[in-house]
Write a protein that binds this ligand. Structure first.
Ligand code: PNW
Length: 460
């Protein structure tokens, strides 16, 4: 028996993490190197010069972590599998100890009554594959299919909710165009090549997964509502929307890249890159789409003092633009606007007709303070309260949203921000990894039943 996507009308809660951000133990049990091990060693790549070699030490503390998830009273634990633990060279030789770890992790979830939601690729590409070209070459999607096959065969009977990729936009554009994430390549149009190979990899992996599981298979996207600041910014906004959203949704819905996208990414019309049949595998491939939402994107044409958007490289083919960020913001500088979550859910529902799950939502907050041994994080509670209400509102407006997973269980390795930004419901001591639930953890535990009921009461 596996627990998959909640049935129509249903609604479930969860907590989410990712392997490289929490596991540590990066050289244990035969794990191969990933591009994040390499990237974090590069001077200046990570704000505090840190890496994931210890992180939350969850590789050794998974039972304790799962007890914490259980204590939240949520149904799902969303975790990711480290590709280089399972296939240290990316393909070929399987490392049994790595696979055993996830096998035990899944069993430990089931023992606690938690439903596992596994993500295959949360950015930790095996370095051996990057050395052969990474997401810029077609052999990587083929290796990904092999990896999906190995994992599906072992876990397919017990994992009911699967995702191939997490936020492929970040992997493609932050990794290969902007260069602010691993592998740290700044090659403009390379982002589109990577994006296509991620799409192809998804399509190939879904085919393999379905031979092993009757669970629900999807993909997790960081879709964003694009809100042009004024009329003059509309065209610009259409280009940004194409690269952020359409490059993933067009193939899923239509099996091809649409016109608006090809205007800013002519590379995607190259028949050498996008071969016959590639996108046919992607069309209609998913049972569900995971939506990660943090903030809206407000592009504007550069004013007289305008500076190009610092992430501009992540939108190759789009003119330089200003990015307007309105107050209030979280500690990572992302505007807080829960209406953007309602908007992205209703838009995505309308555009795809596929059931949705909010697979990440949460806030980095600086003002966590300790009072009587409890981390008081009222701003995070406010954020979560407003955003869960925005999900209920999306259902009221007809969006078929079946769940909400909080990002994240633990304060962890926040990619290019290192340990300087914390999203956790549970504080993790950076020196000895002691876990201490914050006020937001207690809030969610107290509210979980009510949140579920409120969502179910407005069945879309
Ligand atoms: C997502 N950006 O990352 C990831 O899925 C998580 O692993 C991460 O911890 C979480 O959101 C919070 O950041 C992103 O620069 C990282 O636009 C950076 C960006 C977007 C998403």
């Amino acid at each position: 028996m596996t627990t998959g996507l909640p049935a129509a009308g249903g609604f479930a809660l969860g907590a989410a993490t990712a392997a490289y951000q929490i596991e540590g133990a990066t050289t244990e049990d035969g794990r191969g190197a990933s591009i994040w091990d390499t990237f974090t060693a590069r001077p200046g790549a990570v704000r505090d010069g840190s890496d994931g070699s210890t992180a939350c030490d969850s590789y050794h503390r998974s039972e304790e972590d799962l007890d914490l998830v259980r204590g939240l009273g949520v149904e799902f634990y969303r975790f990711s599998i480290a590709w280089p633990r399972v296939l240290p060279e990316g393909r070929g030789r399987v490392e049994g100890r790595g696979l055993d770890y996830y096998d035990r992790l899944v069993d430990a979830m089931l023992e606690r009554g938690l439903a596992p939601s596994a993500t295959l690729f949360h950015w930790d590409l095996p370095q051996a594959l990057e050395d052969e070209g990474g997401w810029l070459v077609r052999s990587t999607p083929e290796a990904f299919a092999e990896y999906a096959d190995v994992v599906g065969e072992r876990l397919g009977d017990r994992v009911g909710l699967w995702a191939t990729h997490n936020e492929p936009w970040c992997a493609a554009y932050l990794g290969y165009a902007a260069g602010v994430h691993a592998p740290g390549r700044r090659e403009g149009a390379a982002g589109h090549r990577a994006a296509h190979h991620l799409n192809l990899a998804h399509g190939l992996a879904v085919e393999r997964l379905r031979t092993h599981t009757s669970g629900d298979v999807g993909v997790v996207l960081n879709l964003a509502p694009i809100r042009p600041e004024r009329d003059e910014a509309r065209e610009l906004a259409a280009g940004i929307d194409a690269i952020r959203n359409a490059v993933w949704l067009d193939p899923l819905v239509d099996g091809e890249y649409g016109e608006a996208l090809l205007r800013v990414a002519p590379e995607l019309a190259d028949p050498e890159l996008v071969r016959d049949g590639d996108l046919a595998k992607v069309r209609g491939s998913v049972d569900w789409i995971g939506v990660n939402y943090y903030t809206p994107v407000r592009p504007d044409v550069p004013g007289p003092d305008g500076v190009p958007h610092p992430e501009g490289g992540a939108y190759p083919g789009v003119a330089p633009f200003d990015l307007v960020v309105r107050e209030p913001v979280t500690d990572i500088g992302w505007e807080i606007d829960a209406t953007g979550l309602t908007e992205v859910l209703t838009d995505t529902h309308r555009g795809t007709g596929v059931p949705l799950v909010v697979t990440e939502n949460g806030a980095a907050m600086a003002d966590d303070r300790v009072e009587d041994g409890v981390v008081v994080d009222e701003d995070r509670i406010d954020y979560l309260r407003d955003h869960t209400a925005a999900v209920v509102q999306a259902r009221r407006e007809g969006a078929d949203v079946r769940g909400y997973f909080v990002w994240t269980l633990l304060d962890n390795f926040e990619w290019a921000e290192g340990y300087t930004k914390t999203f956790g419901l549970v504080h993790v001591d950076p020196d000895d990894q002691t876990r201490t639930p914050k006020a937001s953890y207690r809030w969610l535990a107290a509210e979980a039943a009510g949140l579920r009921e409120a969502a179910r009461a407005v069945s879309p």
